[in-house]
Design a protein around this ligand. Structure first.
Ligand code: S3P
Length: 175
């Protein structure tokens, strides 16, 4: 049985921020699928979309999932918003969905310090209307494949990571 935790959820919901805070609190390693892909390709996700297209990127996500399945244990993995489509997700670890309304997510991005940078690096968030459509298409699927759903709307980071630890039964004493 794989002992990883894998965070899924829509773009901009705070998977990376949550994963980093969780890893620090519980003294475990955290890796991010977009970071793994960027380091393997030596180019940013935005560039991969522009130069090689979305299908190429999705294939890289599958390759990353295969590597995680064979080589990664005891790690918190944050993933890109479309990573849930890989065909071996359930074999990668406990799947934890971060969930919130589209309006809350969009507002979280717009009110962040580097809002423009955050929007720019996400090709699928270029047009808010299309992003909302994508959100509507995906939200049910996210919920149906998650082992655990954590509602993050208006919750502090501290509360969110405690809830993840409780629901995944990770405690400082078990590490
Ligand atoms: C995507 C989400 C992005 C990134 C890529 C595609 C998606 O990651 O993987 O732009 O399909 O939702 P974040 O969820 O970290 O923004």
């Amino acid at each position: 049985m794989n002992t990883n935790i894998i965070l899924i959820g829509f773009m901009g919901i705070g998977k990376g921020t949550t994963a980093r805070a969780f890893a620090k609190e519980y003294g475990i390693y955290n890796i991010d699928t977009d970071d793994l892909i960027e380091s393997k390709e030596n180019r940013k996700v935005k560039k991969i979309f522009e130069e090689s297209g979305e299908a190429y990127f999705r294939n890289l996500e599958q390759m990353t999932a295969n590597w995680i399945e064979s080589s990664v244990q005891g790690t918190l993995i944050s993933s890109g918003g479309g990573f849930y489509k890989v065909n071996n997700l359930s074999k990668l670890g406990k799947v934890v969905l971060l969930d919130a309304s589209f309006e809350w997510i969009y507002n979280r991005i717009l009110t962040s310090d580097n809002a423009q940078k955050k929007l720019k690096k996400r090709p699928l968030f270029k047009h808010p209307k299309e992003a909302k459509k994508l959100y509507n298409e995906r939200s049910k699927i996210y919920k149906s494949i998650a082992d655990i759903v954590i509602s993050v709307e208006d919750k502090s980071l501290e509360k969110i990571i405690k809830e993840i630890a409780k629901k995944t039964q990770i405690s400082v004493t078990t590490l």
